[in-house]
Design a protein around this ligand. Structure first.
Ligand SMILES: Cc1cc2nc3c(=O)[nH]c(=O)nc-3n(C[C@H](O)[C@H](O)[C@H](O)COP(=O)(O)OP(=O)(O)OC[C@H]3O[C@@H](n4cnc5c(N)ncnc54)[C@H](O)[C@@H]3O)c2cc1C
Length: 463
């Protein structure tokens, strides 16, 4: 394929969405070019090595509710093994008189909305009175307000403030990187919203969707790291003739006879019959709105020593620490901890990586644990002060950990804005210009949403 030959499909962005579209289109016999601004494929799927083990820097699991990732691996014959997390689930830590309290996360909840508000694990966290209030929710009249309230208001109004503050808000912040007060249920979980509208009750909607099984069983991973999914898709696309270009930022999109022209950062151009934007919402909006202007390329996590940074000030840190502390051997907090707002902690979540994923434990040196801390706010953990990291780990796990127990830490910065969705008017503008959209900016956050959407886009292009 020559640079000057028009291709059938040009994909902008080699995150999981762009790679799924590229692999599907290339398998269908189309001529495909992928342009990725950064030096790596994968976007938010990135490898990271700590304590000699290659694991995930970004996404490390996928919700199994849609079965989409397993179907992708099976149907495309990707050489990957699905890994299941160790049973046991995670804990919630919340502020309480005299410090913090902790308890296992309730088993049957969707987005923190309890399927059974009177279950002992819900009562343990919110208290008997708040649980009884939530249990009475199905009897409340169905809300008929014209506009959808934010998720916190919806949950507080129907289930009471303690369920909203201690369950819905922490889980929303941990999974979707935003407070429930700044989120809409219909965008985060369209199926739960649809069932709420159908049943007129959040509790009944959650009960109709909540898994009955063991905690932790609602997610899967990939042996060797979820980042391998991106690598395998890029390999498959190439094997079917696609060209996957890295360090190739697209700075403008122009309409030309018979299709589109992509202008690259070095001034060169790629012509294509169809163009698919599979970039974050901010980059997508710039490209859609400014046909001859520039679209700032953004690359999640560029290395700068052992601090990997996107070079933006609205980035939030994820820190992996390798720790040798015997108190962690018993996996005291299961797969990790979600931290309720108001707790005196810099992290909003901690994952005990080798407790969650047995394959990581098998690869680590004896006695070494890997913990992953997700910062609550931009700027946290920037100093990489081992004493501060040890205090945080000790607070959240309840295990005595000193600065000297930390063997290694890797700080990675991820853009906050990358988690947003495209406004409807920009989506409409893209449609008008014949630009196809894929990725979390239109499908919603998470592989369980992004993958099936991108496969549907690929199938449409192939037709
Ligand atoms: C720290 C972290 C942990 C997460 N954990 C999970 C998890 O456990 N499970 C889960 O399901 N989800 C998780 N997510 C969310 C999930 O990773 C994303 O929803 C998903 O990967 C988004 O994929 P995407 O292809 O839409 O976008 P991205 O991965 O953002 O890919 C977009 C790509 O476009 C490129 N790009 C941008 N602008 C341009 C341009 N102008 N020209 C060319 N290329 C451009 C970017 O460099 C990037 O590679 C996590 C996210 C983060 C940040």
């Amino acid at each position: 394929m020559n640079d000057t030959d028009p291709v059938d499909v040009a994909v902008v962005g080699a995150g999981i969405a762009g790679l799924v579209v590229a692999a599907e289109a290339a398998r269908a016999g189309l001529r495909v070019v992928v342009c990725e601004s950064g030096p790596h494929v994968g976007g938010m799927l990135r490898p990271l090595t700590i304590a000699g083990v290659e694991t995930d820097a970004g996404a490390e699991s996928f919700a199994t509710r849609t079965g989409a990732v397993a179907a992708l691996i099976g149907e495309l014959g990707l050489p990957l093994d699905i890994a299941l997390p160790r049973p046991g689930g995670a804990q919630l830590v919340w502020p309480a008189a005299g410090g913090i309290d902790r308890a296992p996360l309730p088993q049957r909840t969707i987005l923190g909305i309890p399927a059974d508000p009177l279950a002992a694990d819900v009562v343990r966290i919110v208290g008997a009175d708040a649980a009884a209030l939530a249990a009475a929710e199905p009897a409340l009249p169905a809300a008929r307000a014209a506009a959808e309230p934010d998720l916190h208001t919806l949950a507080a109004t129907r289930l009471g403030p303690r369920v909203a503050d201690l369950l819905v808000d922490p889980i929303c912040r941990s999974v979707y990187s935003r407070p429930a007060g700044a989120a809409r249920l219909s965008r985060l979980h369209p199926e739960l919203w649809r069932r709420y509208r159908e049943h007129g009750s959040l509790v009944e909607a959650a009960a109709s969707l909540a898994p009955g099984g063991r905690p932790g069983s609602a997610v899967g991973g990939i042996r060797g790291g979820v980042w391998r999914l991106a690598a395998a898709l890029a390999d498959l696309a190439r094997a079917h003739g696609a060209r996957v270009r890295t360090d190739a930022p697209v700075t403008a999109l122009r309409a030309v006879d018979g299709g589109h022209e992509l202008v690259l950062g070095d001034g060169s151009a790629v012509r294509a019959r169809r163009v698919v934007l599979a970039v974050d919402a901010r980059a997508a909006a710039r490209l859609i709105r400014s046909p001859s202007g520039t679209a700032g390329p953004r690359t999640p996590g560029e290395p700068a020593g052992r601090v990997e940074s996107v070079g933006e000030d609205d980035a939030v840190a994820v820190v992996h620490v390798a720790v040798e502390a015997p108190g962690l051997d018993a996996f005291p907090v299961g797969s990790g901890v979600i931290v309720a707002p108001g707790t005196d902690a810099a992290a909003k979540a901690l994952t005990h990586v080798n407790a969650k994923w047995p394959w990581v434990g098998e690869a680590l040196p004896p006695g070494v644990h890997v913990l992953r801390l997700s910062a609550r706010e931009a700027g946290a953990f920037e100093a990489r002060d081992r004493a501060a990291l040890a205090r945080e780990v000790a607070l959240l796990t309840g295990v005595a950990v000193e600065a000297g127990d930390i063997r290694e830490e890797v700080v990675m910065r991820w853009p906050v804005a990358a988690s947003g969705m495209l406004p409807a008017e920009v989506v409409a503008e893209a449609e008008r210009r014949g630009i196809v959209l894929a990725g979390a900016a239109v499908a919603g956050t998470g592989l369980a949403s992004v993958v099936p959407h991108a496969r549907a886009v690929g199938a449409t292009l192939a037709r």
